[in-house]
Design a protein around this ligand. Structure first.
Ligand SMILES: *[C@@H]1O[C@H](CO)[C@@H](O)[C@H](O)[C@H]1NC(C)=O
Ligand SMILES: *[C@@H]1O[C@H](CO)[C@@H](O)[C@H](O)[C@H]1NC(C)=O
Ligand SMILES: *[C@@H]1O[C@H](CO)[C@@H](O)[C@H](O)[C@H]1NC(C)=O
Ligand SMILES: *[C@@H]1O[C@H](CO)[C@@H](O)[C@H](O)[C@H]1NC(C)=O
Ligand SMILES: *[C@@H]1O[C@H](CO)[C@@H](O)[C@H](O)[C@H]1NC(C)=O
Ligand SMILES: *[C@@H]1O[C@H](CO)[C@@H](O)[C@H](O)[C@H]1NC(C)=O
Ligand SMILES: *[C@@H]1O[C@H](CO)[C@@H](O)[C@H](O)[C@H]1NC(C)=O
Ligand SMILES: *[C@@H]1O[C@H](CO)[C@@H](O)[C@H](O)[C@H]1NC(C)=O
Length: 421
């Protein structure tokens, strides 16, 4: 026993390593081909075929409407096994809402979307808002798998139980809780969704924006002094506590004093942290914020002194994850930025409007000629749009073009080059 045997063992090792390498190569090839096929097909829903996908797929018109509203397990099973080709953090299955949006608008987005390329991705029963009834142990069990805005992974069940149940009025689960009061014979809910893009400067769009039934705004929306271009009304203001505080810090010098306040203004939290739940509860109950960065001895006054629980709403984490998975699945999700990436606040707002309004006009969102405009309409001098790893603004920009071309939204554009005829 000596050199010869050792050489033999060495040879075997090398051969088996090579074999393993070949095997890996084959497997990877397989997976790649599969992913490629799936991406080509667009129809994300059709490839889901395990228990997790029971309610995530292809039945847009008749979700589990017949279910008793008191059932807590409506529509979703906790994921048991990860899909072979999809990492488990994706979680492309969602809580099924009991009643789809009632509408008698013949040309609603929801009725038109089926004929567009977005049909297979669009779930018209996706829960856009969350409220008291979602705070159950099995929902917590399911959503605690997803961190950040995608679920409840960043806090414990007790925090959830002591906050979310305060959203217990019907206004908390209806996006347009006052529609009956203001519809004035109209059948279609017409929304203006206003981003803060520099394209709005000198646009003269203010009056047109204010003429919609509802006007959505977000984050550092400075209104005073810009009414001609951006309008003056705000019916729905979308923010996360983090982005709100940042806006108040960053744009104070430019005139941003905090969320718009008016009798018609509703505040929609985009929760990505327990701080959102804690602030929401404090505002709803007019009590101090118990802990966290917003901890305060007195009730918070970001939304004025007279705000009541009926004025508050909160996006459902399933909706955020759905938007990410099906509309803005950015390349960053395959990198180390996976956990910090999320669709921008403006993108969530616009896609929420697409899922709740009958008609959507979008203003102040990024267009291919974005270099010609400053970052914000209220910038005092030109400031280029900044790109960071936590959002994919170019992917969002492309999506707005696709929405516009599919006739789902009317996107305000300046340049005739990009305008759809
Ligand atoms: C997409 O999937 C559907 C159903 O599985 C199939 O009928 C269709 O041919 C596929 N389209 C492409 C482009 O592969
Ligand atoms: C999907 O699941 C059903 C029932 O579990 C099975 O009969 C069917 O063959 C599956 N389809 C695919 C494409 O895997
Ligand atoms: C709703 O929540 C409030 C606490 O914020 C509570 O006082 C009230 O009783 C609740 N109402 C219902 C119907 O559960
Ligand atoms: C309701 O509609 C009528 C007719 O279209 C219009 O004259 C009136 O001003 C509207 N009222 C409100 C409050 O918008
Ligand atoms: C505020 O809006 C409600 C309807 O949402 C209305 O009944 C009330 O009169 C308004 N209050 C004021 C002061 O405008
Ligand atoms: C808050 O409500 C009180 C009583 O209804 C009213 O006197 C006060 O003007 C309101 N404050 C604001 C800022 O609307
Ligand atoms: C909220 O509490 C503050 C003091 O803590 C009080 O001044 C204010 O009137 C309260 N607002 C409402 C709507 O009850
Ligand atoms: C952008 O502005 C430049 C001049 O500043 C102009 O030449 C160009 O046509 C503009 N591009 C678009 C797409 O409007």
């Amino acid at each position: 026993m000596g050199t010869q045997r050792r050489i033999w063992v060495c040879f075997l090792c090398v051969v088996s390593l090579f074999g393993i390498y070949l095997l890996c190569l084959c497997l990877r090839l397989d997976i790649k081909v599969y992913i490629h096929r799936v991406t080509q097909n667009q129809s994300i829903s059709q490839r889901l075929n395990d228990s997790e996908s029971l309610f995530s797929g292809s039945e847009p018109s008749t979700p589990l409407m017949g279910q008793s509203p008191t059932t807590t397990t409506v529509g979703v099973r906790p994921s048991t096994k990860p899909k072979p080709t999809e990492p488990s953090y994706i979680g492309d299955s969602y809580y099924s809402k009991e009643s789809p949006i009632q509408n008698d608008c013949a040309q609603s987005i929801r009725s038109r979307v089926i004929q567009t390329e977005f049909g297979p991705r669009f779930l018209d029963w996706i829960p856009v808002l969350q409220w008291a009834k979602h705070a159950t142990p099995d929902q917590y069990q399911r959503l605690s798998h997803y961190p950040g805005a995608n679920g409840w992974g960043n806090f414990d069940f007790n925090t959830l139980l002591s906050t979310l149940p305060v959203l217990n009025t019907s206004a908390n689960w209806h996006m347009f809780d006052d529609w009956d009061l203001r519809r004035n014979g109209s059948r279609c809910v017409r929304c203006a969704v206003v981003g803060n893009g520099g394209i709005l400067k000198d646009s003269g769009k203010g009056q047109e924006i204010d003429q919609h039934d509802y006007v959505f705004r977000t984050n550092g929306a400075v209104i005073q002094g810009f009414e001609q271009d951006v309008g003056s009304r705000t019916s729905h203001y979308t923010f996360s506590t983090n982005t709100l505080r940042n806006s108040m810090r960053s744009y104070a010098g430019l005139g941003y004093r905090g969320p718009p306040r008016s009798n018609e203004t509703r505040y929609i939290f985009l929760p990505d942290h327990d701080r959102d739940y804690l602030l929401m509860k404090a505002v709803a109950t007019n009590t101090s914020v118990e802990r966290g960065p917003e901890k305060s001895p007195k009730p918070p006054t970001y939304f004025g002194e007279n705000v009541t629980v009926e004025k508050l709403k909160m996006y459902h984490p399933d909706f955020i994850r759905y938007v990410r998975n099906r509309f803005l699945r950015a390349r960053a999700m395959q990198t180390r930025f996976k956990d910090i990436y999320r669709p921008s606040t403006g993108a969530i707002m616009l896609i929420a409007a697409v899922h709740t309004c009958d008609q959507v006009s979008a203003y102040g969102f990024m267009t291919p000629d974005y270099r010609n405009f400053s970052d914000h309409y209220y910038d005092q001098k030109y400031h280029p749009v900044g790109f960071f790893a936590n959002h994919d603004l170019k992917m969002e920009m492309a999506l707005w073009q696709q929405f516009h071309q599919a006739g789902l939204i009317k996107l305000y554009m300046r340049s005739s080059v990009t305008q759809n005829p």
